[in-house]
Design a protein around this ligand. Sequence first.
Ligand code: ZN
Length: 359
Amino acid sequence: MRLTVLGKSPSWQDAGGACSGYLISDDETTLLLDCGNGVFGKLREHLDYTELDAVVVSHLHADHFVDLIPYSYALTLSPRQQPVPVAGFPGTDHPARPRLIAPRGARETFRSISGTWGDPGLVEGGFELEEYESESRPSVGSLSLRFALVPHYVEAFAIEVTSTNGGGRLTFGADHRPADEIVAFARGTDLLLIEATLPRPEREGPRGHLTPAEAGEHGSKARVRRLVLTHISDELDEQWAQTEGQKLARQQLQQERQARLREQQSAAEAARSDELEEAARADGQARLAQKEAETRMQLEESAAQELEPACQRAMALFGPMMARGFRNAMRAYATSNGAQDWSCSESEDVIDISFSIGR
Ligand SMILES: [Zn+2]
């Protein structure tokens, strides 16, 4: 996609210049964005006007469309557009009739303008007029279009042109006051053409345009790959405008960088405090486990200490009883079986019993 700036002036054209007009070509397709005063003559320096595929108009202010009048005259009156041979031209049954894609209400505006001299159908006679709205998505050859309403004195549309022929995205902001709409619409675009009309903000009434500094700020907010300031008079110093445009953009980028840095720092701090908390928790758990183990050992020790005398007491109590019971049981068994030689001796922890049973 190739962009040729035919005119970049604000509402009065530069010496030898033209108002809003941007020629976009992409392979076989050529499209003109806006056709302000002086643009038709500039277009003719680059292209046969009968070969243009479409004119797309951003809004109905004179500096964005008024050269549709001479363009329409050329399309209807020029010798080579006639059905009969004229001045060496053979005549044609199919005169060029480029598409004119203009915002809603354009037909009525064009009719009323040329109607003042009795020719209301002039523009519609030259062009194939179609009106668009925000949601419209027309295509012109390999170029597809998208629109977004931007705040201006009249209904105005920013226009996005995307090539379906290998890529490339251009966004034209039209005219607007400082606006988030254009930041959202142009986000990440390859090239943003943005107006930078004013040397300083409007002092009274509603705002409708940007200063170069504001234009730069919008471009950096939208993270566009390339920003072109336009709609600027030759009475303003170009270098001044460029420096202004870069000033706020740089500030904006610096602020964003600092904000990002702060975010990273606080994220790192949060991660560190999470780590510390985790370590403290792990440490606490280890201490708790140790404490539990110590307590368990103490309990076991004290249980053992308590058990030992209990066992000794039990042995002292039950040992002799069990020994006596055993001895009596043996004696009963021996006696009932007619045992001879019964003897029994007891030392401290041994009972020695002997007898014999004759059969
Ligand atoms: Zn305007």
